[in-house]
Write a protein that binds this ligand. Structure first.
Ligand SMILES: [Zn+2]
Length: 86
């Protein structure tokens, strides 16, 4: 039986000349928010980044209404990460 996939992104570690660095998603209270944007794959136009995915998806419906032949989109997620020396 295989293990289920991890629920959170892995924490990569790397050893460089001056020490071991760890990289992980930034979940501190003062971290930048995770934001979502939608981008049209036909014309590359993109919504403003939103903290609410539904708001970004609403942009898609408006865009499709103005450009009825634009049917394919990309979800662009911006997630803050932190790097520190362990
Ligand atoms: Zn478009």
């Amino acid at each position: 039986m295989t293990a289920p996939p991890p629920r959170t992104p892995r924490t990569p570690r790397a050893v460089y000349r001056y020490g071991t660095w760890t990289l992980a998603p930034d979940r501190e209270p003062d971290a930048e928010p995770v934001t979502y944007a939608m981008q049209c794959a036909v014309c590359e136009e993109k919504s403003d980044p939103q903290e609410d995915l539904a708001a970004a998806q609403t942009w898609t419906f408006r865009h499709a209404g103005r450009h009825p032949s634009h049917h394919t989109y990309r979800e662009v997620i911006t997630r803050p990460w932190r790097a520190w020396m362990a």
